[in-house]
Design a protein around this ligand. Structure first.
Ligand SMILES: [Zn+2]
Length: 421
């Protein structure tokens, strides 16, 4: 599934609006794939166990090392992908004719997945056998061919399923490589993987448009030009609160009861809704930033230690439910990583550049005189230089410093030419 060096792969996820008949078929096909996977896995495991048993016996009989090696060489289960997806699959379909209801390439894809999993096992037996698939766990089917995407009419044609409408949130870029349909949080989604050549760094990439961005849970994004974007907090909090309430109720009820299963489903759905909201909001923001800027500079979030910096500042005093704030925070922090990810790939598509800088001192350096002092930042929101008296909003100061650090890196690492990331 790896793309070639000069190719770039993207996955687009859309919600499908399946008709009841189609939902029935999708469940059926997922079941067939799972059945196929499990049948073949158990067959492979039996063969492997039988082989191991003979091997043990030979050792027990005190056979010479050469004899044992010869046996290993001749009888070690061979795993050829085309044996599995070809002859073996054909036999299985003969034995269980109902499998023919499913598009044959979809079954083949599942068998390919098993082949990869089993190969991994042979390369690293310590990980244990591949696991049997259970109903409801990562139910998905993949179409390598046969699909027809009709973007104008917001629908996709899938073999044996017909046309399915989808919630189109954006246009697709690149050549479609495959389409995966999966069930998540009680809804059907399709993920379209595309591939396209990387755009060379813009020859006209305009350094004048360079912008530093301070991201955080309190303010989602503050730009060095003074623009800022409201936090995700307001957006996901009502849902996070609801989840917290339902989770408390869950703890009071009897485990495994009908009521609890129902609650779990509702919680699941809410998580899905929060993810969708966050996703759409972030796409709006990142598209708008990338439209106006060729160079975007952010702090390296991995170095920043998000949880630590967020503690105590995110929740106003008084809202004292720690479980709730923890939940809020984790949802929000996931959003920050996603924000940077989107900026990165959208810039790549445009031929722009994302630069990540060391977050140290970005919040305590004075942009006017360069004095570094933690006393410069006395409160969460306010920056005031103890040396020269310069004062401004602390997030804005952070963004300005981030931009400077990025530009300095561009200058020092590669003369006047921008570096290629
Ligand atoms: Zn100063």
């Amino acid at each position: 599934m790896e793309a070639a060096d000069n190719q770039f792969r993207l996955a687009y996820k859309f919600e499908l609006m399946v008709k009841p008949g189609q939902a029935h078929l999708l469940r059926l096909f997922c079941g067939h794939c799972r059945f196929c996977y499990n049948q073949m896995l158990s067959m492979l495991m039996d063969e492997y166990e039988a082989y191991k048993k003979v091997l043990e016996e030979l050792k027990g009989q005190g056979k010479s090392e050469t004899e044992i090696l010869t046996y290993q060489k001749e009888h070690r289960p061979k795993l050829r992908k085309f044996d599995l997806t070809g002859e073996r699959l054909r036999q299985l379909k003969e034995q269980y004719p109902f499998l023919n209801q499913c598009h044959s390439q979809v079954l083949q894809q599942k068998v390919q997945d098993l082949h990869s999993a089993y190969k991994n096992f042979f390369e690293q037996p310590a990980n244990g056998y591949p696991r049997f698939k259970k109903k409801g766990q990562q139910d998905s089917i993949r179409f390598p061919q046969g699909y027809k995407l009709d973007e104008a009419n917001k629908r996709i044609f899938l073999p044996k399923l017909g046309f399915i409408r989808y919630r189109k949130s954006r246009e697709i870029i690149g050549k479609i490589k495959n389409v995966t349909v999966s069930l998540s949080h009680g809804k059907w989604y399709m993920s379209i993987q595309t591939e396209f050549p990387l755009v060379p760094i813009l020859t006209h990439a305009n350094l004048e448009t360079a912008v530093g961005i301070d991201v955080g849970v309190v303010k989602l994004a503050t730009l060095s030009d003074g623009q800022f974007y409201a936090p995700l907090k307001g957006l996901v909090r009502p849902i996070a609160d609801k989840i917290a309430i339902l989770q408390q109720r869950l703890q009071h009820n009897t485990k495994g009861s009908y009521r609890n299963r129902e609650l779990k489903q509702r919680i699941n759905k809410l998580h899905g809704r929060a993810a969708n909201l966050r996703h759409n909001y972030l796409h709006q923001i990142t598209s708008s930033i990338v439209k106006d800027h060729d160079y975007v500079i952010v702090e390296d979030l991995n170095l920043k230690g998000m949880t630590k910096s967020a503690s105590g500042t995110m929740e106003e005093p008084g809202s004292n439910v720690t479980a709730k704030s923890g939940l809020n925070r984790s949802i929000l922090e996931e959003g920050l990583g996603e924000l940077v990810r989107q900026l990165e790939y959208k810039l790549k598509l445009k031929g722009g550049i994302l630069i990540k800088v060391d977050p140290r001192n970005t919040s305590r350096t004075c942009p006017r005189c360069g004095h570094v002092d933690k006393e410069n930042r006395k409160t969460q929101a306010g920056f005031c230089c103890v040396k020269c008296g310069y004062s401004n909003n602390a997030d804005l100061v952070g963004a300005i410093n981030i931009k400077r650090a990025g530009l300095a890196r561009l200058g020092s690492e590669s003369g006047h030419e921008p570096e290629q990331l």
